[in-house]
Design a protein around this ligand. Sequence first.
Ligand code: AMP
Length: 400
Amino acid sequence: MKILVINTGSSSVKFKLYDMPAKVLLCEGQIERIGEPEGRLMFTHYLKSGTDDIVLQDTFEDQQQGLNKIAALLLDPDRGLVSHPGEIGAVGHRVVHGGEDFHEATLITPKVTAKIAHLVPLAPLHNPANLKGIRTAMQVFPQARQVAVFDTAFHQTLPEHAFRYAIPNDLYREHGLRVYGMHGTSHQYVAEQGAQHIDKPLDTCNFITIHLGNGCSMAAIENGKSIDTSMGLSPLPGLVMGTRSGDIDPAVIFYLCRHLKMTADQVDRLLNKESGLKGLTGSNDLRDIVRQAASGHQASLLAIHMYTYRIRKYIGAYAAILGRLDGVIFTAGVGENSVLIREKSCEGLSMLGITLDTQLNEQKTQGIREIQSPDSAVKLLIIPTNEELEIARQTYRLLS
Ligand code: AMP
């Protein structure tokens, strides 16, 4: 079965086409700057002889126009990817917020879209775009079954003492204010891969998973299930991220409103888009910051210290609640690539049985890597994440 995975954002659509259950990636691409005059489409077709790449500048008025363009590429008879729209058996959608309603991949029905729409107040930026993607895909690929895979679903196993905020009960009961967590598809994927790698059933594995991309989050995984995570109601709390502050005292917000007369929208923007590494150094790209730190740039040195100190604090907290650890897993852009961040995140953790081998940490090989020293009681793993493949897998599992 051919499964198209799509991730629709407010100004972008990313897609991958898989042949399942073989997990063969046939093509992938993305459209950026939807709604702006200078849009861009990138497309890669994987062939036996190599790749065929297209980069196209165009205007894409909305997601529908973008998806129509993607459909035209997939159906191009010269490519031989898909001979007719009905050959795509399913479209798997990344949906950011599933609230308490969705614990697993779900076949999309009118009831499901209504529930996703109902959750918009909890994810005002993401769920409306995801809904647009779903509605458009229904029109463009009417024969395909549409499946939603939620970023929050894997964390629905958090116990109540971990997911509740200590605020009046009604705010949870009537408004759903609680920890939901994000990046669930990535945490789940690397945990499954980690269990396979150490050759233990997932439901006996305890892991700390550390997803460090532009957004960053950690999860404590007990017997294969998420029992705590660093993001909350929204993706804002927890680790220091590319442009998000992570944990701060909520009183900072009162100060910004009362003394600097900022509106809620302005504070939202400040903490989500102008803070984190960007707020500290001017750049949200860790590669720039590591380079600047190497030449002694003080703000960059401090940002790296803060970023890794926060990770170490969460490792300590999660080790305490898990009590026993099979592995600590690094993943995503920074986690998979930054030698320095991994090294500094593991400093001083030998009392938890976690010690890094600096030479193994520096080796640049593909696939899953072990980077702990021989005397480390806990495995340290680098596992490349693949959220789209996990969405394709869950979609396939649901439909078969
Ligand atoms: P992601 O969101 O998973 O695509 O990760 C994107 C982020 O990974 C970028 O913002 C970069 O900061 C970071 N990144 C990618 N490669 C490296 C690297 N070699 N060293 C440090 N950071 C990296």
